[in-house]
Design a binder for this molecule. Structure first.
Ligand code: TRP
Length: 330
């Protein structure tokens, strides 16, 4: 059976190198074989934590640009905004009605949000945050996705999706496909400027769509230890080295290892890192320049993507409504 790969990108913040290595680049790679692929901008997920309309709009545009500039071919995949496929929200409600509240109580993201609350456990918790995994399940189940590339922080959401689908299938009819996660960062957690996982919430990101000089400034900010030039350096757990490995050829990696043994200066190692990242990002940047001003082009492309996706979604939602009894009077 053909694989159907689907993944969503929450539209908050600016796209960074961690998104590129961990999600964008491997996803684009996957579109090159015969599987079907669905990539969407999870804008309804983004309003859960961000209530600033301008920043949502900016982020939707920038994330769309990041995918397209990085080489996503919208003809080879379904590329759309979640909000342009309203059937997902219909399915979300239907799934809410078969999802146990107790299952949602166990969600890591929800538990983390309540963990600092002292007197009122519900302080700052919206229903959107609480039922976040149900919307994610709707995204996935809407299209009978078989494989879902995600970061390891999302694995629990995939398990919940499977639970919810199994519950629906048991109550009604086996209409929903149970998806498998493809864990993107199993061996490769992309480190940020401070060595922790690169993440917008840690403020340690290297931006993807900025100019050469901003990229360079950002790389120069990577935190290193105080070893002097001439001192042999350890490449293991070294942020510069780990990032380098994601962009360099095998022979370049070997020669950087040798340079570490020989005591390369941190400044020089950063320059080498800048060179490999910059070389890979040059075509991305020129594509970006082409697309950046053409809002109509991007809007048309997303709207075509949604049209294509809705052909599948409409058919699915009508089957689902039929089995739950939301149908014509007969
Ligand atoms: N929750 C995911 C994240 O923050 C984004 C997302 C939304 C998603 N819906 C999805 C990922 C469906 C995979 C499938 O990373």
């Amino acid at each position: 059976m053909k694989k159907r790969i689907l993944t969503g990108i929450t539209t908050t913040g600016i796209p960074h190198i961690g998104n590129y290595i961990g999600a964008i680049r491997p996803a684009i790679e996957m579109t090159k074989n015969s599987d079907e692929s669905f990539f969407f901008l999870a804008d309804y997920h983004s309003i859960i934590k961000n209530q600033d309309p301008d920043s949502i709009k900016d982020s939707v545009k920038n994330i769309a640009l990041a995918w397209l500039s990085s080489g996503l071919d919208p003809k080879k995949s379904y590329f759309y905004k979640q909000s342009d496929v309203p059937e997902i929200i219909e399915l979300c409600w239907i799934l809410n009605c078969v999802t146990a509240k107790g299952l949602m109580n166990r969600a890591h993201a929800y538990k983390a949000a309540t963990s600092n609350n002292e007197n009122d456990p519900d302080k700052g918790i919206t229903m959107g945050l609480f039922s976040y995994p149900v919307l994610m399940a709707a995204d996935i189940l809407m299209f009978d996705s078989t494989h879902v590339p995600v970061g390891s922080d999302q694995v629990q959401h995939l398990e919940m999706t499977r639970d919810i689908a199994a519950r629906f299938n048991h109550l009604y009819k086996p209409l929903l496909t149970l998806p498998e996660p493809i864990i993107q960062d199993k061996e490769n957690v992309v480190p940020g400027l401070d060595g922790r996982k690169m993440s917008k919430s840690y403020g340690n990101v290297i931006p993807l769509l900025e100019s050469e000089s901003i990229l360079k400034k950002s790389i120069m900010k990577i935190v290193t230890n105080s070893l002097e030039p001439g001192d042999p350096k350890d490449s293991k757990d070294c942020t510069i080295f780990n990032l380098y490995k994601n962009f360099a050829e095998e022979t370049e990696i070997k020669s950087l290892q040798k340079a570490y043994d020989d005591g390369i200066a941190w400044g020089e190692a950063k320059q080498l890192l800048f060179n490999v990242i910059n070389t890979e990002l040059e075509p991305v940047r020129s594509k970006l320049e082409e697309l950046k001003e053409d809002n109509d082009f991007i809007n048309d492309l997303l709207s075509d993507g949604a049209k294509k996706a809705r052909i599948i979604a409409k058919d699915k939602i009508s089957q689902i409504k039929e089995v739950i009894g939301i149908t014509q009077i007969s």
